[in-house]
Design a binder for this molecule. Structure first.
Ligand SMILES: N[C@@H](CCC(=O)N[C@@H](CS)C(=O)NCC(=O)O)C(=O)O
Length: 203
């Protein structure tokens, strides 16, 4: 049976969300971040990077959250969740990698400097640099969503799940999305999905 390692309070939430959205039967293996979980020797045999999430799908081990989600969607999903056309697979990869490279590092910088770091180590300058850097990709997302309901068109797909799983950090760390209303409306729609609520119950 598919095993998913991680906690919903981490990037593992996106794999748990995908599994719920795809209606998969799986075993959740609670794995904390750091010394008490993801850095333990047994777990390092599964993901030598010491990070969550990872999956073990009947012996096939995959780590990297976006790779996990694209794998699960391709293997177990039907259209529209995993789109029928190869061209749309290209767009699913495009948006997933875009979220991970163009948006996630800047949102993490805001998260670290507003929430995670001890107060004396936080930098307002780092927050304003990150907010500045987010303006361009947020504009790209907003422009794209002005003329379509979801990233690939009319339906929610794995591309939406992957990008929304990155963008949800924005609302968690108080990044104002009122200047990008189409992106905000799309994100609210994605975050309202029952499968996401369910995925948050895996501690
Ligand atoms: N690029 C990786 C990043 C995974 C990652 O950094 N996960 C964090 C939790 S959100 C983690 O496991 N940190 C624990 C550690 O580095 O010790 C992915 O998307 O899967």
């Amino acid at each position: 049976m598919l095993k998913i390692y991680g906690t919903s309070m981490s990037r593992a939430n996106r794999a748990l969300w995908a599994a719920e959205e795809l209606g998969l039967k799986f075993e959740h293996i609670p794995t904390a971040i750091g010394a008490n979980g993801s850095r333990k020797p047994d777990y390092l045999k599964i993901n030598p990077n010491g990070h969550v999430p990872a999956i073990d799908d009947d012996g096939t081990i995959v780590w990297e959250s976006m790779a996990i989600n694209l794998y699960l969607a391709e293997k177990y999903g039907k259209a529209p969740m995993w789109p029928a056309k190869v061209e749309d697979h290209g767009h699913a990869y495009q948006w997933s990698f875009w979220g991970m490279t163009e948006v996630e590092p800047h949102l993490i910088a805001v998260f670290l400097n507003r929430v995670m770091l001890p107060k004396e180590q936080r930098s307002e300058q780092a927050v304003s640099n990150a907010l500045e850097a987010l303006k361009a990709p947020f504009r790209v997302l907003d422009d794209h969503l002005k003329s379509r309901a979801y990233l690939l068109g009319a339906d929610f797909t794995i591309a939406d799940l992957n990008v929304a799983s990155v963008m949800m950090l924005a609302s968690m760390v108080g990044v104002d999305l009122s200047g990008v209303p189409a992106a905000k409306a799309w994100l609210d729609k994605c975050l309202g999905r029952p499968a996401l609520q369910k995925s948050r119950s895996y501690k």
